[in-house]
Write a protein of this length. Sequence first.
Length: 741
Amino acid sequence: MPAARRPLVVALLAVAAAAACPGAQPACPYTASASVGQAGGGVLRFPQAVAVAGDGTVYVGDEGSHLVQAFDASGRWLRDIGRPGTRLGELTSVGALTLAGDGSLLVASGTDRIHHFTPGGTLLGGFGRPGTGIGEFHFGSGHANDGGAGGGLAVSGGRLFVSDTSNDRILRFSLDGTNGVEIIAPGTVANPKGLAVRGSRLYVADDQHHRVLVTDAGGRTLTSIGKGNGTGPGQLNFPYGVALDGAGRVFVADDLNHRVVRFSTAPAYPYKARFGSYGTQPGQLAYPRGIATDGAGALYVANTGNDRIEVFDRTGAYQRSFGTSGRGPGQYSGPTGVAADSSGVRAVADTTNGRVQLLGPDGALLASWGSPAPGPTILPQPVSVAFDAAGNAYVLDQRRARILVFDRATGLPARSIASQGSGPGQLLDPSALAIDAEGIVTVADTGNARLARFRTDGTYVGSTTQTGAVRSVAVTPDGSLTYAAVGNTVGAYDAAGTQTARFGGTGTKLGKLNAPGQMALDVAGNLWVADRGNNRVQQFGPEGQRLLTFGVRGAGAGEFVHPTGVAIDCQGGLTVTDTDNARVQRFQLAAPSAPACRTLPAPGTPPPPKTPTRPAPDGPVLSVRALRTSGALRTTGLPFRAGCDTSCSVTLTLRLTPRKAPVKKRGRKAETPVVVTATLAAQPVPGGESRVLRIAPSSAQATRLRKALRGARGLSGQLVAVATATTGSPTTSTLEVRLTS
């Protein structure tokens, strides 16, 4: 990550009236706000589904942003559809979408529900709930590159076909969810994903069987497409999406092969082409999942691992890309924890992206520690961060149940603390951490229902047990009092581990909580809590006094969707990770209670992380055949038809010699056979297509051969064709042909 300072995504906004401070009770606590990052608006985070309307509008189901985003045909963002949440019309991980005949949009999300929207985003209705009955689904919520959200949708006439992914079946409904029937039962398909319909045929991306299953509209198996699991021609490796163009060609998003595979038309569906290879450059793919075609035959691919949509023609020729990556500098995907050091620098645990981003007091990006996913898993799931007095960052990695300590000067991991387990000094599903002035690190050891403590050098110093599944923690600077959130209450513990107070409780009124996130203390000893389920922030006194709250659900300034982390900086600012809005908001407090600022060295900028590599794909599959064998010495040349399964360049070399051996005269040595070699420079051949290439000897070579033939016509020819693609080794094909002059 470059060290260059970057401006705020959203500028500082003065709060002029109570209306600009939503949800405030009893009064607005801040005078200005600012934010960095955004959800939607053309920023993509693991796009998994794509559909193209007749007017060219491209709809993208974005798993990490919990939205559907609409773009025009040129890739310009138009609008967001839906919003994060679990109710009808609200989306979690979007795994599938499709368009009905009237242009309306059907969307499958991780709440096991199908939502129905107008093209403009107005909710029309929906149906579904978790379960295994008809009208019940188990799509799966998805975990970014570890395993995408499930579901598959396709519409034909007034019928909706649904891939019920984790229930291993295919269902069919009317568009309103009525008349449901199971048409493919468990056992035939395994983890089915994308669907397509053409005429009376249904095409199912049968993920774990590494094929596309073709059935009739009633689910009766007709055939399957693909040559089994692998990387070879026509093989598939966990296919995710399937689409057909107007001619009936079948295109498959071959997820773990990082490519698109093309098969020809019914009934045999022979393998024809492939394109794409692992990488981040334009036209390269990483975990492609959704796939769709438009009326002109262009192919739209959800380039999931690269956070963008790629557009190709049917031969694999790259056309364009659109969408901004949610892994770019200053963008976030599921930010959770946040902390401020004594100089005012803030560290944000950018959880899904697997990194910590450091922001200056003005919101400028200073450095990024860790690495953006997918990539080297330095931090597979950072959820909380804290600074020690020297400005080193302690990052809690929930997945590996350990703390990684990042050195201030280098931005690189210096050591780790703890390991996964339930023994002394071990952690299980930890959620938060805090460091006091004495250098004691206290961890919310959620899975072990305790508060675990370490020195900053990693020495384990004990725990407070029987706290319940503590989800967040805050510690006074002198370590005399520890606050721990369990359920919807906050408990206060003295240094001996005795609970001295408990406050909160379930509800929406001032002082009540709903799934609280992380907490932070100001200099006055007041406790700030991210009231996650209530989409607000609350402030309590040291003994739980109900002081204030602000925030409502929304995406505007001072609004939140599931805020998770809070921190107080030395300049009197309150920073909140607005998790499902994929941003960080900072509020300048009207009556700040903040520590004095100190000078610390600038955070170091580590070298860019190494990106993962994959073996290069095989070279092109080359086919070549002679179209004519007579007239080899004509100036028009011999025609050969050459084709590749991926876009390539073909070079031809033709070696010609008379078939009849040279005459040996008595007393003389045998004449040396006449051999001439003609070449044709590299000619482009589109992927899955073929071209007629002509090759002819020069006039001087033709004269030599005619003289050597002495009136005969028979020639022996050896054609060597070499195909070269942008990836993989060149492929050579040799063809022996009997020719006549």
